[in-house]
Design a protein around this ligand. Structure first.
Ligand code: IMP
Length: 492
């Protein structure tokens, strides 16, 4: 219980006041860092203070390191909820107890007393979910009622994976480079209103009927278009209905659960998967995933209204990566790209595919800050840039005679444009052991300040390595909440 209290109440230029229950601490800009470390210590949490709801989203093409940020923030939340995507996501959390790999289940499950939720916007492969539950249980993780699954979440069916595989093969050079988890076809069925939901799995006769009806058309499609063998409804039903008893106890109305949690004053952390530029509406279409990976998806994917969201934290790497096909203006196909890939260990955690690497792109970030309404940023993997002589940030794109300073939508422009770079000095010293912002190399601070200027968004968290403690906390990501500032102004 409790959540994120104390929190910053005012953030004026010269000082910041922080409430601790009944007391107030005034800190100058200099000591702000120390004070804010204090803010994020669970021991400081006070009961009865207002608690916020925070959305964490990726600002690039996924793999920004959201997993580690969510893992740290989850200690200060009561409920952690995934709102979109499926087992196409993947992250690893390293603790004293071992290495834990997550695809569907929020990593908050590692902390006792936290409620984890798979929201209605998630697509669930029940076989993959049960495998993940069993694997985590085998590592000593308790999974009971602390894992809730929305009754409205859609199922990934075996035919979704078959359709995806055949479709990617047929596209040849134009393939999306999907994770092969059946995500796209599952969302296609959802939108076509023929999707099968978790609630159907709990009603065998309804489930059977839906599978049989769907397979009439799907088998025809697979056989006639892709010359593949169709699926037998009986076999599919037998497999899936066997999963039902393993899932039954976890099924809830996610919207109601979250509403009740909010009424009880609990803090909710909305965990995004993939990233802004993979969002089906706002990403680099058609080379995107099939869900809303942006902050708006947190509302539709959980049944929580936008007025209940207090802040949005955007996560970005200190450089850029992308897995799969699609435009990537600042991509480096030279030795520098290879260096980033090697030093950053840039290999997909779900598919193991090498990630494409490139310079940081301010157009990509500025767009993400805008469409997500980011209140602040977390910059990850700063240490990967250690030892580089100079760094570049794309600040515009040139396409023919046109200069773009904001992210263009057209696929052909994004594919053909040439980035215009700003060059910044690199730093020699290692940042991975630095424990305060002050101790960062001057050039690293300059780089971070430039990110803030270009995005017009403050950087709150800086990650300098994969371990939990390799994080610099400049401010509480909730310090920028408008409602909080209003409260402060009214009471001033
Ligand atoms: P899908 O989500 O499997 O349909 O894949 C669509 C695109 O999103 C492909 O380019 C994938 O590589 C990419 N993608 C999906 N999930 C992730 C992720 O978690 N990180 C990075 N890229 C992803």
């Amino acid at each position: 219980m409790g959540g994120w209290a104390p929190y910053l109440l005012t953030n004026r230029k010269t000082h910041t006041s922080i409430t601790f229950g009944s007391g107030t601490l005034i800190v100058s800009g200099q000591s702000l860092f120390c004070a804010c470390r204090l803010l994020l210590t669970p021991d400081n949490l006070q009961e009865g203070s207002p608690v916020p709801n925070l959305v964490v989203v990726g600002c690039q093409w996924g793999d920004e390191g959201k997993g580690k940020i969510v893992d740290i923030l989850a200690h200060h939340a009561d409920v952690i909820v995934r709102f979109q995507g499926g087992s196409n996501a993947g992250h690893t959390v390293v603790t004293r107890k071992g290495t834990f790999v997550f695809h569907l289940i929020p990593s908050g499950i590692l902390s006792r007393g936290k409620q984890c939720v798979l929201g209605n916007g998630v697509v669930i492969d029940p076989g993959a979910l049960i495998e993940e539950m069993d694997r985590l249980r085998g590592q000593g993780v308790r999974i009971g009622r602390n894992l809730a699954i929305s009754q409205r979440a859609h199922l990934i069916m075996p035919y979704h994976k078959a359709i995806e595989e055949a479709s990617e093969r047929a596209r040849g050079m134009k393939r999306i480079g999907t994770t092969g988890k059946g995500i796209g076809p599952a969302y296609v069925d959802k939108m076509a209103r023929i999707g099968i939901r978790i609630e159907d799995l709990l009603a065998p006769s309804i489930f059977r009927q839906k599978v049989e009806e769907n397979l009439v058309e799907i088998n025809l499609f697979l056989e006639q278009v892709y010359h593949m063998k169709g699926f037998r409804a009986e076999k599919v039903c037998r497999e899936y209905l066997n999963y039902a008893p393993r899932i039954h106890a976890h099924v809830v109305d996610d919207s109601l659960l979250l509403h009740t949690a909010m009424q009880q004053g609990q803090a909710i952390l909305f965990e995004g998967a993939q990233g802004t530029h993979l969002d089906v509406d706002l990403g680099t279409y058609p080379y995107v995933t099939s869900s809303n990976a942006c902050a708006g998806g947190a509302c539709t994917g959980t049944g929580v209204g936008p007025t209940k969201i207090d802040a949005v934290l955007g996560v970005t790497k200190a450089y850029t990566t992308r897995v799969g096909s699609g435009p990537f203006p600042s991509e480096l196909t030279d030795a520098i790209g290879e260096r980033l890939q090697e030093r950053g260990n840039e290999f997909g955690s779900t598919t193991g595919r090498p990630r494409r690497c490139g310079w940081l792109d301010a157009l990509v970030l500025r767009y993400a800050v805008r469409v997500n309404g980011c209140s602040s940023l977390a910059v990850t993997k700063l240490d990967v840039l250690d030892g580089m002589k100079e760094l570049k940030i794309a600040v515009a794109y040139q396409h023919g005679d046109t200069i773009y300073t904001d992210m263009p939508a057209a696929h052909h422009v994004l594919t053909e444009c040439e980035p215009i770079y700003e060059v910044l000095p690199g730093w020699k010293a290692s940042t991975s052991k630095v424990t305060s912002y002050k101790a960062l190399p001057r050039e690293a601070k300059q780089y971070l300040t430039r990110i803030e200027e270009l995005t017009e968004c403050p950087v709150d968290l800086i990650s300098t390595g994969s371990r939990r403690e390799q994080i610099l906390i400049l401010r509480n990501p909730l310090a920028h909440t408008r409602s909080r500032l209003r409260v402060a102004q009214v009471s001033a």
